[in-house]
Design a protein around this ligand. Structure first.
Ligand SMILES: [Ca+2]
Ligand SMILES: [Ca+2]
Ligand SMILES: [Ca+2]
Length: 260
């Protein structure tokens, strides 16, 4: 926003208000020039996903001046702020009945509508402990519930589609999230913990792959076939057991539903 004040060091307050929710937020700025236009900014990025109904601007906020003063403001502009935070893998379905054409990996972010800029998903083949696919997540964001879905072309609601079928190997294999440049993870990249955000080593009744586990800093290889039902079950994250995965009948929308 640009402001014009006849005196320097004039406090300017911008308040966002929502009479419906009662949630308000305000930020202060201070002018530095005398009798000239200048730009002041108000950073609301820590407010998260704020919805507001009105904007109020207070010039010379909370100051009593003896003389009449005239202020101007113009060019109030809202700039998109990227929401950033943590992310983790919360569900994997690598194996289905017959041709695997409903494969998916679901990511949950710390905040709703969180930017995935600078993040990549890397798929590792346990037979070589090197990557067979890297998906660049830059330009994408999680949804209103903080979920993001990579899946086969036929997976409903997939934010990124990965191909018709057999795009996610059945184990012992791994999928990992990194804060990294996709260009640094060409296919065939060995497992690494550099920039690692989260990793899941999984299989379908496969022996533990120590190369994947060690290389990704993991201790458990999760078994999609633990209940002997790999074709109809998926691996889901269970927050109630300190982040352990378990086998669960997958939800139709692939959104983690409960731990029971
Ligand atoms: Ca598969
Ligand atoms: Ca499955
Ligand atoms: Ca494999």
């Amino acid at each position: 926003m640009t402001v014009w004040s006849p005196v320097a060091n004039t406090p300017v307050l911008l308040k966002l208000e929502n009479a419906t929710t009662g949630v308000n937020a305000e930020r202060a700025a201070t002018t530095t020039t005398t009798g000239a236009w200048e730009t002041v900014s108000f950073d609301f990025s820590t407010e998260g996903d704020l919805t507001f109904e009105s904007v109020t601007i207070f010039m010379n906020f909370n100051v009593l001046d003896p003389a009449t003063q005239t202020y101007y403001w113009d060019n109030l502009e809202q700039v998109d702020v990227l929401i950033t935070g943590d992310a983790q893998i919360v569900e994997i379905d690598a194996d289905q009945t017959g041709t695997d054409d409903q494969e998916f990996v679901e990511i949950k972010t710390e905040f709703a509508n969180q930017s995935l800029n600078g993040m990549i998903a890397v798929f590792y083949n346990g037979s070589s402990d090197t990557s067979y696919r890297t998906v660049d997540l830059t330009g994408f964001a999680s949804d209103d519930n903080g979920y993001f879905l990579l899946g086969s072309d036929a997976v409903a609601g997939a934010d990124i589609t990965m191909g018709a079928d057999n795009t996610i190997q059945n184990g012992a294999d791994a999928v990992a999230l990194y804060t990294a440049d996709a260009a640094n993870f060409p296919d065939g990249t060995p497992v690494t913990t550099d920039g690692l955000v989260d990793a899941v080593v999984y299989g379908t009744s496969d022996d533990d792959d120590t190369g994947l586990l060690t290389g990704l800093g993991q201790t458990t290889q999760w078994d999609e076939n633990e209940n002997g039902a790999k074709d109809i079950e998926s691996l889901q994250f269970d927050a109630s057991t300190n982040g352990f995965f378990f086998v669960h009948t997958k939800s139709s929308k692939h959104f983690i539903s409960s731990n029971s």
